[in-house]
Design a protein around this ligand. Structure first.
Ligand code: HEC
Length: 207
């Protein structure tokens, strides 16, 4: 008959205890490490590209820093504004933090311009332009390696002006987008910073 001696019970208890401590140590340490790795990855890449260099439609940007809003209503632009109608502009948080320190757009900056329609023109608060539905999405990215041949190292992407938006797009020709930014905002690194009160307020005052 199999009978456990006192010593073997103690030995087995010790083995179980060691396994418990080890697995706690491994999971307890491994889980935060994996999370930190994921976080670092997320920080490094606010947007993603396909293997052939197309930009995948950005996600999560509505949680970035909302820097300002421009409205070019169709009814003030011969019925069809070139970028209709509300433009909500977002900046990736890491680049915003850098902007607060330096007043500059760091390499890797991503700016998103999300378009939405005018929904109504009257509300209990008064007459005006009230935001309707999301209609379009544009992005601009500064990257001195990936876009070393683009003027100012800025590339511009449009996912369309009506839903469903495209899932991935190639950068636009410089003549279609970059040129107007260069012509009108070159002194501020291709960005229309003056239109974004959050950026005006965030820039260091010495600037
Ligand atoms: C005729 C001039 C003009 C052209 C062409 C133009 N833009 Fe812009 N863009 C502007 C102006 C002015 C703003 C400032 C905010 C606004 O009015 O929407 C702006 C703002 C932006 C922003 C927000 C960040 C910033 O730089 O201020 C993005 C992103 C953007 N445009 C993308 C594009 C894309 C993509 C194209 C090409 C499909 C394009 N733009 C073509 C004038 C232009």
């Amino acid at each position: 008959m199999f009978r456990l001696s006192r010593t073997s019970v103690i030995a087995w208890t010790a083995v179980v205890a060691v396994i418990a401590v080890l697995s706690y140590a491994l999971t307890g340490v491994a889980v935060p490490r994996a999370a930190a790795k994921d976080k670092a990855k997320a920080k490094a890449a606010p947007v993603e590209f396909t293997a052939d260099g197309k930009l995948k439609r950005p996600v999560g940007y509505r949680k970035w820093v909302y820097v300002g809003e421009v409205v070019t209503p169709n009814d003030m632009n011969d019925g069809e504004a070139s970028f209709p109608e509300f433009h909500s502009v977002y900046m990736d948080p890491e680049s915003f933090a850098e902007y607060e320190k330096t007043g500059k757009y760091r390499d890797g900056t991503v700016l998103i311009k999300e378009l939405s329609s005018v929904g109504s023109k009257k509300a209990p608060s008064g007459n005006g332009y009230f935001q309707g539905e999301f209609t379009g999405l544009e992005a601009s990215i500064k990257d001195s390696k990936r876009f070393k041949d683009e003027p100012g190292n800025w590339a511009y992407f449009s996912f369309g002006h009506k839903y469903p938006l495209k899932a991935e797009v190639s950068k636009n020709a410089a003549a279609a987008c970059n040129q107007c930014h260069q012509d009108n905002a070159q002194k501020d690194d291709w960005v229309f910073s003056k239109d974004y009160p959050v950026l005006r307020a965030a820039a260091p005052k010495s600037k």
